[in-house]
Write a protein that binds this ligand. Structure first.
Ligand code: NAG
Ligand code: NAG
Ligand code: NAG
Ligand code: NAG
Ligand code: NAG
Ligand code: NAG
Ligand code: NAG
Ligand code: NAG
Ligand code: NAG
Ligand code: NAG
Ligand code: NAG
Ligand code: NAG
Length: 686
């Protein structure tokens, strides 16, 4: 907002400067020369150098209507009560907003310099100082008037004198400000001869190397509603408990080390507290007693725990007083290992815990957070997630990127040696299966097993980010896990279906073979792959949101269309070769029962059954018979070819139909005929 204001005023100034030469001189005296245009409210004045005098007689101001309300003063060095004397008798600005901007200059502002402006009691007065030089503020420089906004930007004193600038709070004693912004001061401190009382609604002192805020805090009257001390050098904080109307406090980018009980106690109006980017190691358990904080930001601190042991060994937490009020909690970039106190929080909506050291997520950690929608656990060391971790929430956005999980199922199944069909497993995703829409496992390099049965249970899924995951044969697993829901139907609305983000993953023809049992699932998604992904049958066969560059090359497409018609033979060889994983471990979507021994024909059936075969074609396959013995390599080839080729023919034709249906862009009719001939030749030859 300020930045915007600032940019806007700079633009204003530039346009003023550009116009200056064309403009009329509307006032010229010993102190300054002013230029204006009759049809605008902008006046720009330049101070005359080496003039000690400060009296400006505004009466001779030459102008059509005297409705000017925006004045910019360049290089004016000194303001006294004489500078704006009888300003108000010249400019009749009652009820308007009056804007005075002082650029450069400003060595000295004397007592009651803006006295005359206070006659505009019904106007809002905004005063801006940009790059003031020495900026010596006399006691009562601002008089006892009321200002809508005072902006002090880039005080040059500390750059000129290599000494901290001392801002005299006595200059504002007794004055009232709706908003005061002091920023980019270099080194600065506050001084005051005797106590001051400044009435402020909103104050921001930012990027001023402020190390001690005590005097400032003491000088502000109790009506303060917003306090912003970002980007300073604060180490400790004084008590703020006098400010019962404070609604927002921003203390980010400081060096604060500890939050003690006396600072925020009983500030019942406080809603937002930003303590991010500090060095907080400890927050005393009762620090937030009496608060009804809704947003607490502790990003990038040095917390090792959210809990504290009391002297009588009771576990307590600084979060307990916020049990019922907190909606947003940010504790990312700390050293946390658990989140126990969150169990008691009832109003949470969003929790960010990324970049901590959490290793396991226990059950029901958000037990009472029935409104919880968004959780970011990315870049922890999470290996285990209990199946009831998210029970009771309505999470729609879950980020688990950069963790160490190896499966979407609960650990029970992973440690078990028994048959996967006997052991009932579950998933931490089931309790949120109807609400989750965005789920990220990107960079989970240990995630070797992805059971797509679990993924299809997520009815509202819209984004699934698997970027940088190392895809293995188990990444395309389909395995029923939950007896209570035998239902294998996909509830996604398609199109568009969920987007599966696969950046940084190089998919191969092998992946294509491995996805054959879940082709119906992937066919209802939109895959998002790297735009420079190399071409192969996987990329060729599935819909991608942005076609990889290689698919814009017609000769590559032609080559793929040839190659991928025989992909099923390749897949067959590939699956037989694979010893690490036997096909029986996978159940196909058609829930075709497979017997203990795998034969090539059965495998083919499993594969083809997920494509759309008509019953007569199916009977051709089922009528072929092979022995269940595994032949040697040469024999294997012969048997495969002898028994499989008819079925391959069927499959290939079927797939050709499929491709034609889905990839009209890639196929012309002649190509199709060519391809059929090729297939026929292929089968004849053998
Ligand atoms: C203000 O003073 C500086 C040097 O003191 C000068 O370079 C600049 O042109 C002056 N600005 C105007 C608007 O006269
Ligand atoms: C402006 O102030 C001067 C000096 O105080 C005074 O002589 C003059 O009459 C005033 N003009 C008006 C219009 O008030
Ligand atoms: C902070 O203030 C210094 C001058 O005091 C300025 O150079 C720097 O750009 C400011 N930083 C930001 C982020 O505004
Ligand atoms: C402080 O204020 C008192 C009067 O209120 C005055 O006598 C004294 O000179 C001031 N001291 C400084 C350093 O300005
Ligand atoms: C901050 O300044 C006050 C005086 O205004 C002083 O009493 C206090 O000790 C200072 N605090 C630190 C940490 O220097
Ligand atoms: C907070 O308020 C309670 C009750 O109103 C009071 O007992 C307690 O002393 C207050 N704490 C502080 C630090 O003011
Ligand atoms: C607190 O627990 C620790 C170890 O768990 C024990 O050494 C200590 O005596 C206990 N203190 C009290 C007050 O019970
Ligand atoms: C917050 O929860 C803890 C643990 O259940 C409880 O001891 C404490 O009293 C609760 N605080 C409030 C303010 O509800
Ligand atoms: C899941 O959460 C609900 C509501 O919070 C609770 O009643 C139920 O006991 C929890 N289930 C388990 C298995 O923890
Ligand atoms: C994955 O992690 C590495 C290192 O931790 C990081 O450099 C990279 O940006 C991460 N990738 C994504 C997609 O977040
Ligand atoms: C993909 O879905 C469409 C429409 O449901 C269907 O016609 C097509 O055969 C499917 N493709 C595959 C490879 O299953
Ligand atoms: C079969 O496995 C061997 C070694 O495991 C490998 O070198 C070969 O490329 C595989 N063949 C196929 C077709 O996957």
């Amino acid at each position: 907002m300020f930045a915007l204001n600032f940019v806007f005023s700079i633009i204003q100034l530039i346009s003023i400067i550009n116009r200056t030469k064309l403009e009329n001189v509307c006032l010229d005296n010993l102190v300054l020369t002013c230029y204006c245009e009759d049809d605008t409210s902008f006046v720009s004045c330049t101070g005359k150098t080496s003039i000690k005098d400060s009296f400006v007689d505004w009466a001779p101001f030459v102008s059509a209507n005297h409705r000017q309300s925006s004045f910019t003063f360049y290089n004016l060095t000194r303001l006294t009560y004489l500078t704006f004397t009888n300003f108000s008798s010249t400019f009749h600005l009652h009820g308007e907003s009056i804007d005075l901007t002082f650029i450069n200059g400003m060595d000295e502002i004397e007592e009651n310099a803006f006295q005359s402006l206070h006659e505009y009691s019904d106007s809002s007065i905004e005063i801006k100082f940009v790059s003031p030089q020495n900026f010596k503020l006399a006691d009562y420089a601002f008089g006892r008037g009321a200002y809508y906004e005072v902006d002090i930007d880039s005080i040059q004193y500390s750059h000129i004198h290599k000494l901290p600038y001392q801002l005299n709070l006595k200059s504002m004693d007794g004055a009232r400000f709706y908003q005061m912004n002091i920023r980019n001061c270099g080194d600065m401190e506050f001084i005051s001869n005797g106590s001051s009382t400044i009435e402020l609604i909103d104050i921001a002192v930012s990027n001023c190397s402020l190390a001690n805020s005590s005097l400032l805090i003491e000088s502000i009257s109790t009506g303060l509603a917003g306090l912003d001390l970002t980007s300073n050098h604060l180490i400790a904080l004084p008590s703020l408990k006098n400010f019962q109307n404070l609604r927002a406090i921003n203390l980010k980018n400081n060096f604060i080390e500890e939050i003690t009980v006396n600072i925020f106690n009983n500030m019942s109006s406080l809603g937002r507290l930003d303590l991010s980017n500090n060095r907080i190691r400890n927050i005393e358990p009762d620090s937030f007693v009496g608060l009804r904080l809704t947003e607490l930001n502790l990003d990038n601190n040095r917390l090792t725990s959210l809990e504290t042991l009391t002297t009588d060994n009771q576990t307590t937490s600084f979060l307990y007083p916020l049990n019922e009020s907190l909606t947003l909690l940010v504790v990312s970039n700390n050293f946390l290992q658990d989140l126990n106190p969150l169990k008691h929080m009832t109003n949470l909506d969003q929790v960010k815990v990324c970049y901590n050291q959490i290793k396991t997520l226990d059950g029901n950690i958000f037990e009472k957070a029935h409104k919880l929608k968004s959780v970011d656990f990315s870049y922890n060391q999470i290996e285990l997630i209990d199946s009831m971790t998210f029970n009771g929430t309505i999470i729609d956005n879950l980020n688990l990127a950069g963790n160490r999980l190896s499966s979407l199922e609960t650990n029970e199944s992973l440690s078990s040696n028994t048959s996967l069909f006997e052991k009932q497993t579950s998933s931490f995703l089931y309790p949120i299966s109807s609400t989750i829409s965005s789920l990220s496992f990107s960079n989970c390099t240990n995630l070797i097993e992805i059971n797509w049965f679990i993924i299809i249970k997520l009815q509202a899924l819209f984004y699934l980010d698997l970027s940088e995951v190392k895809m293995t044969e188990k990444s395309w697993l389909y395995r029923k896990t939950d007896v209570n829901s035998e239902d294998s139907s996909i509830n996604w609305h398609y199109p568009p279906g969920p987007r599966i983000i696969l950046y940084g993953i190089r998919l191969t023809d092998n992946d294509y073979c491995l996805t054959k049992s879940i082709v119906d699932i992937l066919n209802k998604t939109i895959l998002i792959v790297d735009i420079d992904h190399s071409c192969n049958c996987f990329i060729y066969s599935y819909d991608t949101e942005h076609r990889p560059i290689c698919l814009y090359n017609q000769s590559v497409v032609d080559e793929l269309s040839r190659q991928c018609t025989s992909i099923d033979l390749f897949c067959e060889l590939f699956s037989n070769n694979s010893t690490a994983l036997t096909f029986t471990e996978w159940t196909s979507l058609s829930s075709l029962s497979t017997t203990t021994q795998t034969t090539s024909v059965e495998t083919i059936m499993t594969l083809t059954s997920s494509s759309t075969l008509v019953s007569t074609e199916q009977s051709i396959i089922t009528s072929t018979h092979v022995s269940s013995e595994r032949p040697n390599k040469n024999g294997q080839m012969k048997i495969i070819l002898a028994t499989v080729i008819p079925s391959i023919f069927v499959i290939v034709l079927c797939l050709v139909g499929t491709y034609l249906y889905r990839r009209k862009k890639f196929y012309s009719l002649t190509e199709d005929i060519e391809m059929r001939n090729e297939i026929l030749q292929f089968t004849d030859k053998e």
